[in-house]
Design a protein around this ligand. Sequence first.
Ligand code: NDP
Length: 307
Amino acid sequence: MPDLLQIGGITEEMRTRLAAAFTIRQLDDFEPEKITHVVTNGHAGIDPDLMARLPNLKVISGYGVGYDAVDADEAARRGIIVTHTPNVLNEEVATTAILLLLACYREVLRDDAYVRSGAWETGGNAALTRSVDNQTVGIVGLGRIGQAIAEKLAPWNTKVLYHARNRKDVAYRYYENLTEMAHDSDVLICITPGGPGTHQIVNAEVMEALGSKGTLINVSRGSVVDEQALIEALETGKLGWAGLDVFENEPQVPEALRALPNTVLLPHVGSATVETRSAMGALTVDNLLQHLKDGTVISAVPECAHL
Ligand code: NDP
């Protein structure tokens, strides 16, 4: 059986299927020239030096859709196919974005604490919150997940705007300039890939344009938002609220961010349900098994689509 190098965690379901076709090797116990396939998750990726040390590597199968932790251009140059898990997680990640939006608008954490602490018994009615109906939401990155978010917002009579590199054939208004879109939005939802192309595109200027009544939701990558500028904007009231699933230096989250009451913070769980992780795991394994069978894969990343 060929040797498969495992980087990062995989599920038992994945391990069982992979073990029937590969000898699974761990990072502390493998022979570089024997490794033909790698399985890795979106967070772990693969170190460029390690990729260079595997002369017979053919496929890197990523358990996740984001692949900013893998140098896909370099892999393509080496003839290595990188695969990921697009589409099967669109609805789940979109739900996570909506969950953060609702939690911010309706102050779910504040009101939950109000009941739990017993303060309700003496403090009377909780303070009013804001309605999520009839808001204008700017989506930063109208790709597979961004479009699912736009569709899930429809029941709240949302006006959807979007910013992406290219204009799409959709009914929503396109903004080439992100600051202009932020100015016209009540909410910004970030759902672009990470990496150098989107590094801190949500900066102090964008957050100020979103404004003191504005809400920033980030389910993309921590690198997309200038985290220091975000903390300052939230502390000084230049920005109203933030709902975050991703952070610059996960799992470290700055104390200043954790201390702010106008945030809802999740530990990068955008796709983390039993059902969706099972579908992602199945596609991750299917890519590897199909490659063993006939040399092709199901879902190569765009950089490797020609291989
Ligand atoms: P897609 O490739 O389908 O969509 C990406 C979108 O981002 C496209 O609309 C693209 O624009 C836009 N975009 C890319 N670069 C830029 C840029 N520099 N400026 C503005 N817009 C840009 O990806 P998916 O929707 O499948 O996934 C998006 C990302 O979501 C993943 O890469 C991952 O980082 C993140 N994610 C997070 C999860 C979580 O757990 N929180 C789970 C899953 C994904 P254009 O179409 O014009 O090229």
